[in-house]
Design a binder for this molecule. Structure first.
Ligand SMILES: C[S@@+](CC[C@H](N)C(=O)[O-])C[C@H]1O[C@@H](n2cnc3c(N)ncnc32)[C@H](O)[C@@H]1O
Ligand code: SF4
Ligand code: SF4
Length: 439
């Protein structure tokens, strides 16, 4: 009975979020644009600091080519996201590193300490973009502090005039010497995720993490930076809000601001898992209509390079398909087999720009169903909304039980209303020319 009621509640909430109609579509567009503006404001330092004429010109050219919907780019990516290693020390509930608990979507993830970019490989990327791109960010779905050569990579990028951003859980036992090396590495921007102030609440989502370590590392990093009289690295604390930790937000803000962090950001977190956003667990209905501007800025402005040189256009889609041995990650190319510049304008990249400029192109070219961007909610009407569990509307206990070891175990799909991969649905697409079963 309880399960049935909860199921209904989830369906109602999800339906409200996915309500069709013009107002809802306009609302979603406004939310999207607001998110974009807030994100840009929050991240402007990574791009706007240490600008040179060439970098500013590249940025302006990017904007122009985006607005013109150009498929071939003369500009280079403004931001280069490099997954120096997908390994992580934690198992956050949101992540591909989450405890699988029998979920095949998580069980199929394969991570190995050998999955690591070398400093030489990193240098090759930096050599291709230095002087033109504004920033590199050194993570995707792992923690950059796991990579033993992180400091050296930061030095290489900084010497090339690039801004360097990392996001980390910072839940590591770091010595004073290690903290000093980070501060002196040339790193320009660091975001530290804080999901609560008490250990009891923090570990509900940051599974395996220790908040005392995070806070100690933050305090010592700010101290060392002050001792060194350095402006960098600029420190952002991201307080990821959940119903269970909002009561600790103000105290957390006071604590980290007393250390001297530069920015305190808070936003509602996701209680679902990245694999709930993979296209094999929702329905792809129809492409969105063509609009004045491209409907996603990634393919014109940024590039994501995995540790082995494989390239994908963004870090927001097909996340659960990137590190498995059973899925096709649909890469656009490999920069170590050719070069970044070649991949940036290859056929796959140009198709990505074509799709974001006019998603309906898929109706005329069915081969695009094999492209990375196919089925992305930025370009297609989908039921993906039903798989979101924003912490503003949902509680941790709605989705998770606590295991005997104090680690969260996700409740079955019948209770959460989330896809149960044990009975994975087959997506169907209502497009002319037949139904796409292979998404
Ligand atoms: C996948 S993590 C990888 C980097 C690093 N390991 C970390 O956790 O910061 C990248 C980003 O995911 C976001 N993130 C982490 N947990 C989240 C959650 N539960 N809800 C929403 N965003 C989250 C944070 O903004 C973080 O900067
Ligand atoms: S969210 Fe970040 S810290 Fe958490 S498991 Fe994923 S990569 Fe690791
Ligand atoms: S998959 Fe979606 S978010 Fe990613 S680049 Fe393509 S359209 Fe943009």
């Amino acid at each position: 009975m309880l399960a049935e009621n909860q199921d209904e509640m989830f369906r109602e909430k999800a339906k409200a979020a996915a309500r069709p109609g013009l107002l809802s579509r306009m609302g979603k567009r406004l939310i999207y644009l607001r998110g974009l503006a807030l994100g840009a404001k929050r991240r402007q330092g990574w791009f706007m600091e240490n600008l040179t004429f060439r970098k500013a010109f590249n940025m302006a050219l990017t904007g122009t080519q985006f607005a013109l919907k150009n498929e071939r780019m003369f500009a280079l990516p403004v931001a280069v996201k490099i997954d120096i290693s997908p390994m992580c020390n934690l198992s956050c509930t949101v992540c591909v590193h989450a405890d699988p608990n029998g979920n095949p979507g998580l069980e199929k993830q394969v991570f190995d300490p050998k999955h690591r970019m070398s400093v030489d490989q990193f240098k090759r990327i930096v050599d291709e973009v230095k002087g033109v791109s504004a920033a590199v960010s050194l993570y995707y779905i792992g923690d950059p502090l796991v990579h033993p050569d992180l400091d050296e990579m930061c030095r290489v990028a900084r010497d090339a005039g690039l801004n360097i951003h990392i996001s980390t859980n910072f839940s590591f036992a770091l010595t004073d010497a290690r903290i000093r090396r980070i501060a002196e590495s040339g790193l320009t921007h660091i975001s530290v995720c804080v999901d609560g102030l008490s250990q009891e609440k923090y570990q509900l989502t940051r599974v395996g993490g220790r908040i005392d370590r995070v806070l100690s590392n933050l305090r010592r990093l700010c101290e060392v930076r002050a001792q060194l009289k350095q402006e960098y690295p600029k420190v952002e604390v991201q307080y990821i809000k959940f119903q269970h930790n909002v009561d600790e937000l103000e105290a957390a803000q006071r604590a980290v601001e007393s250390f001297g962090v530069d920015q305190f950001t808070h936003f509602w977190g996701s209680l679902a898992n990245y694999t709930d956003g993979d296209p094999d667990v929702y329905e792809i209905q129809s492409p969105k209509p063509r609009r004045g501007l491209p409907q996603c800025y990634w393919p014109h402005s940024s590039i994501v390079i995995k540790y082995n040189g494989d390239v994908i256009p963004c870090c927001t889609y097909r996340i659960g398909q990137q590190y498995t041995e059973v899925d096709d990650p649909r890469i656009l190319g490999n920069i170590f087999k050719t070069s970044l510049r070649e991949v940036w304008n290859n056929q796959q990249y140009r198709l990505a720009r074509r799709m974001v400029s006019d998603p309906t192109i898929v109706e005329r070219d069915l081969s695009l169903k094999d492209h990375f961007c196919y089925g992305c909610p930025a370009l297609f009407e989908t039921t993906e909304d039903n798989n979101r569990r924003n912490a503003k509307s949902f509680r941790h206990e709605d989705l998770y039980d606590m295991g005997p070891d104090g680690r969260p175990i996700r409740k079955p799909g019948a209770v959460t209303g989330l896809p149960d991969r044990r009975a994975a649905m087959v997506s169907q697409v209502g497009l002319p020319g037949g139904q796409f079963a292979n998404i």
